[in-house]
Design a binder for this molecule. Structure first.
Ligand code: CBF
Length: 830
């Protein structure tokens, strides 16, 4: 083996360092070779898309080489590895990110221009990999980038959905969903590992057997599906380390079908085989509600079972028993979605490895840690017992056993407090008896964390108070972060160059705390001038996109005010739209002579609504109806424009965020677990208009309340305001709601139920009571924008303070305090 002959191994590593050359001629040859032999087009005649495909394959070769080196090195060193289990990843495009992390973007750009192509144009050919819904999924992608860059021995596991998040198409202002068959033209980044497959079992019965005098449980499945691995390389920046995101796809299992073929039912057997592929076919498009559907549960178990088999197989290659398992393996549950992994690990260790329950449980409790992204109890997954029992009969038994032992232990600690016992039980009694997946994850995990300080405190004080009182040491906070590689270096190259110039180094790309060095120059007129130029260029890019998408021409002198995120009542896009109506109303009622004092605004809203979320869809329609009115009102002209950006996704975000002057993060206090969009805008020098919710509270700590526009009720005030209800509705808010109700923007009846959510007596999300303070914050933003130097200084200070919100900080924190892993860097210059 490599380890037993270290001289040979060293020689091999040296030889391998740079099989593929990165000079311009080698790159050109590589690209042409892929045009000819991979894309199968003549090297004398190929278009932009074919050039992109060849380019992507040439980059992939380099990624594969590095990924092999990394894996061999990990194998040799056998460090403790972390396995990140996430049901969703929003990776976006890979090309620019990969060549930047590999450090060969300029070389490729040069090689392509020699061939008559432009790198930027080819990069636009790539579609997004949208295997996730929103914040949680993009967070997973950012964290993968940080794990690779910080040289952690990490693997990501997930599902290879054939249909990613739906495409949003707007017709007459209404959202329609279209399937995103993103694999239509193949995916040049992934490698199918035909040899890495595992059987995943479903249904069937559990039988007791006698093994050497001991009773043991044997699960006889009713269906077996094969999981096939698709590997996606994740390159680190400034390192040769390239880790893997392994996604599973369903394939029919030959073993299990043989019976059907032998009985002559050929047609049915083939049709059944096809069912296997359905498991990984489609991503569920709801980001906050769960309906206990069988397919979703199947997906969860499928990905968990394949991942656990893979992890155990890797461990077994270097270890003959499980004694060292907790010293070598950390398993991170990204939300409750993968928490069946707990029951699966127990099943494997008890039923297959025969370790005995206590030893297996001891191991499970040492390896699992759990991140909660939900804020409210309704956001927590529950699986009906009947459903679980039919799909995974052995797992149901195991969960009952875990619960039994837990409740017995609990009784000893807290006595017979039945209310508390029933709240903490993993099994929820009721009309539909269910498994509380979060309780299962908390009971087993050695660490449980929220995703911002505020959220982590809420978990301790409310959602999981009982558990916190029992195990205070388990509860931690890991404030989310985003990667500066994607959100500055890739998406805002001009800002990246400017920062490096003023800091005199590019080291901040790996060591993001260096950004604080910008504070010293925030008032420097030269930097301010250059900073404004960069913003202008990015606004120009965005304005062109807006015109192309919506036909609306916008003025670059206007403040670009952006709210882009999933559409949810709690995120309060409706508050934004009502504020825009108010602004419009004010302009209309103003003396003409006064209008020159108005700070012009381009209001930009974008985001998808879950297909079954009626109110969210009405918000989208209202946005279009209001835009139609305002944008065609010559009286208003450039003073106010409203545009909705359709099909908001990662690559659109890369264009929108650098061009924003102001961005809104205005959730009702206590509803946003963290929010990560705010961090991306902050990095790009965009000022925030925000409520004190989620991670905004920490952003304020970092950049100071003077450098953003805060408003609204605080978390502790929300319950009382809810009790008070409508009497708090201010006149201005009532007036704009009335305009909508009266049909000023058309669709009178359609908007009725939407208006009811605000003035119908409940106003659960407190639009009414926050309205005045929202308008005040908007006025403060106008005032600041009217002073370009002041605004630019605030913008520089925003970027300078954004380092704390890098996923590098988050990941280091997880690695040191939760996973107990250390960097394992391939010995090379990168
Ligand atoms: O933690 C990442 C994000 O997760 C959510 O999107 C989620 O899916 N629960 C939250 O809503 C965000 O606040 C959070 O930033």
């Amino acid at each position: 083996s490599l380890g037993s002959d270290s001289a040979k191994a060293e020689r091999m590593f040296r030889l391998m360092d740079g099989f593929l050359k990165n000079d311009s001629i080698s790159l050109q040859q590589d690209i042409l070779r892929h045009v000819e032999y991979t894309v199968a087009r003549s090297r004398f005649n190929f278009d932009d898309f074919e050039a992109y495909q060849a380019l992507a394959h040439s980059v992939r070769d380099r990624l594969i080489e590095r990924s092999h080196d990394t894996q061999l090195y990990f194998k040799r060193k056998d460090p403790k590895r972390v396995y990140f289990l996430s049901f969703e990843y929003l990776m976006g495009r890979s090309l620019s990110n990969s060549v930047i992390n590999l450090g060969i973007r300029d070389q490729y750009a040069d090689a392509l221009s020699q061939l008559g192509f432009e790198f930027e144009v080819l990069a636009e050919q790539e579609g997004d990999a949208a295997l996730g819904n929103g914040g949680l999924a993009r967070l997973s992608a950012c964290q993968m980038d940080s794990m690779a860059t910080l040289d952690y021995p990490a693997w990501g596991y997930g599902l290879r959905y054939e249909y990613g998040l739906f495409r949003q198409v707007i017709l007459d202002g209404f959202q329609h969903e279209q399937p995103d068959f993103w694999l239509n033209f193949g995916n040049p980044w992934e490698t199918e590992r035909v040899h890495v497959t595992y059987p995943v079992k479903f249904y069937g019965v559990v039988e007791e057997e006698n093994l050497n005098g001991e009773k043991c449980n044997v699960w006889i499945p009713g269906e077996v599906v094969e999981a096939v691995a698709y590997d996606n390389p994740i390159p680190g920046y400034g390192t040769r380390n390239t880790i893997t995101l392994r996604l599973w796809a369903g394939k029919p299992s030959d073993q299990h079908d043989m019976e059907a073929y032998n009985t002559g039912d050929y047609i049915n057997a083939v049709v059944c085989r096809q069912k296997a592929e359905n498991i990984s076919s489609v991503l569920y498009p709801d980001d906050r509600s769960f309906q206990g559907k069988e397919l979703r549960l199947k997906q969860q178990y499928f990905f968990v079972s394949a991942s656990i088999q893979d992890i155990i197989r890797r461990f077994r290659e270097a270890h003959s028993n499980f004694d060292e398992f907790p010293e070598k393996v950390a398993l991170q549950l990204n939300d409750t979605h993968p928490s069946l992994a707990i029951a699966e690990v127990m099943r494997v260790l008890v039923d297959k490895e025969h370790l005995g329950w206590n030893k297996a449980w001891d191991i499970a409790c040492k390896i699992f840690s759990f991140t909660i992204h939900a804020v409210i109890a309704e956001g927590l997954e529950k699986i009906p017992v009947d459903l679980l029992g039919s799909l995974l009969p052995r797992h149901l038994q195991i969960i009952y056993e875990i619960n039994f032992k837990f409740v017995e232990e609990l009784k000893k600690r807290i006595g017979l407090d039945y209310n508390r016992l029933s709240r903490m039980s993993i099994i929820e009694e009721g009309a539909v008896k269910s498994i509380r997946m979060a309780n299962l994850a908390i009971v087993c995990s050695h660490s449980v964390n929220g995703v911002s300080k505020v959220h982590s405190e809420l978990l301790k004080a409310k959602l999981f108070k009982d558990f916190y009182e029992l195990w205070p040491e388990k509860f931690q906070c890991k404030t989310n972060g985003v990667t500066q590689r994607r959100w500055i270096v890739v998406s805002n190259p001009s800002l990246c160059a400017l920062i490096s110039k003023w800091l005199g180094t590019e080291a901040w790309i790996r060591d993001v705390d260096l950004l604080t060095g910008l504070r010293a120059y925030a008032a420097d007129p030269d930097l301010q001038q250059e900073w404004m130029m960069v913003k202008k260029v990015n606004k120009m890019r965005l304005a062109e996109y807006i015109e192309a998408m919506s036909g609306v021409k916008v003025s670059l002198d206007a403040m670009f005010d952006v709210q882009t995120k999933r559409i949810h009542e709690y995120k309060r896009q409706l508050l934004n739209i009502l504020g825009i109506i108010h602004r419009y109303d004010c302009i209309k009622n103003m003396e003409k002579s006064q209008r020159s004092k108005v700070v012009p605004r381009v209001c930009i809203i974008g985001g998808k609504a879950a297909p079954g979320y009626e109110i969210a869809k009405k918000i989208i329609k209202l946005c279009h109806a209001v835009a139609e009115k305002i944008n065609n009102d010559t009286d208003v002209g450039d003073l106010l424009k409203l545009v909705f950006i359709p099909d908001y996704n990662v690559s659109v975000a890369e264009l929108v965020i650098p061009g924003a002057d102001l961005s809104q993060h205005i959730s009702t206090a206590g509803h946003e677990a963290s929010g990560t969009g705010s961090m991306k805008f902050l990095m790009n020098g965009c000022l925030l208009l925000a409520t004190e919710d989620g991670s905004t509270v920490e952003i304020v700590e970092e950049i100071g309340a003077d450098n953003l526009f805060l408003f609204g009720a605080k978390i502790h005030e929300v319950p009382k305001l809810r009790e008070e209800g409508s009497p708090k509705m201010p006149l201005q808010c009532a007036r704009v709601i009335r305009m909508v109700r009266d049909g000023y923007f058309g669709f009178k009846d359609y908007f009725e139920s939407l208006c009811d959510t605000v003035d119908g007596g409940k106003d659960f999300y407190l639009l009414g009571s926050d309205f005045e303070s929202y308008l005040e914050a908007q006025a403060a933003a106008d005032k600041a924008f009217a002073d370009p130097n002041k605004w630019t200084q605030m913008s520089i200070l925003s970027t300078a303070g954004s380092g704390r919100f890098s996923s590098d900080r988050t990941i280091r924190d997880y690695a040191e305090k939760t996973w107990g892993i250390e960097p394992c860097r391939f010995p090379s210059d990168g």
